[in-house]
Design a protein around this ligand. Sequence first.
Ligand SMILES: C[S@@+](CC[C@H](N)C(=O)[O-])C[C@H]1O[C@@H](n2cnc3c(N)ncnc32)[C@H](O)[C@@H]1O
Length: 241
Amino acid sequence: METDTIFKTKLDKSADFAFDAKVTKVFDDMVVRSVPFYLEVQRMIAEMAKDYAKPNTNIYDMGCSTGTTFINLDTVIAPSVGFAGIDSSSEMLAQCDLNLKSAGIKRKYNLIEADLNKSVRIENASVVVLCLTLQFVRPLKRSQLLQSIFQQLNPGGCIILFEKVLGESPEFNRQFIKYYYDYKRRNSYNEMEIAQKREALENVLIPYKLQENIEMLDGIGFHSIETYFKWYNFAGIVALK
Ligand SMILES: C[S@@+](CC[C@H](N)C(=O)[O-])C[C@H]1O[C@@H](n2cnc3c(N)ncnc32)[C@H](O)[C@@H]1O
């Protein structure tokens, strides 16, 4: 796994963050150093998915990146369940394919290059995962995407989200961001790396409040909406159709 040094040197112009070849190469290191409890959340996603993935259906991972979620899911999910990964980054999908092959995944899987800002097609899905992905979908398109997932999800199907979120109050939002940057410092990101990445993500990663995400799911018709994880400005939500 290559170490993430993308923002370590002073960049001349600030460009928006992109899931390109450079990021793909270091993504697995970047995500564990940037997202608190990332590996535990992956384990929890697999644990929950196991209980809702029905035989002979599919699990969709939207924004599957390098395939970490599938690799975890493969250890607990029945072989008759297919995997479908959607991502708009061809570099990520190529890496995902390599990782799934080297993990020895034998089940049927399909990796699809598609933009979640546009319409999405899912087939025979009992579980849909969006782990750190909805936050990158344009705000105006988010509700439409969730609506489309709701309509196409099998009855009784499960949606599992994990998102960076804003605090409900400006006061604690500020504090949570401070604690979050301390987390990054503890993981050996320096001040310039933190500042440059924040700037690059500014127009790209747009977090909602946890409550806003819950209300969006509720308004669409999902039920049994639960917060399964919360750490300052990160939250996991699970819900059923
Ligand atoms: C932070 S990563 C997700 C991490 C991954 N789910 C995991 O658990 O390790 C976000 C992913 O969403 C993809 N993505 C961002 N915007 C997208 C869009 N509009 N359509 C499809 N994929 C998108 C990116 O290419 C990237 O691979």
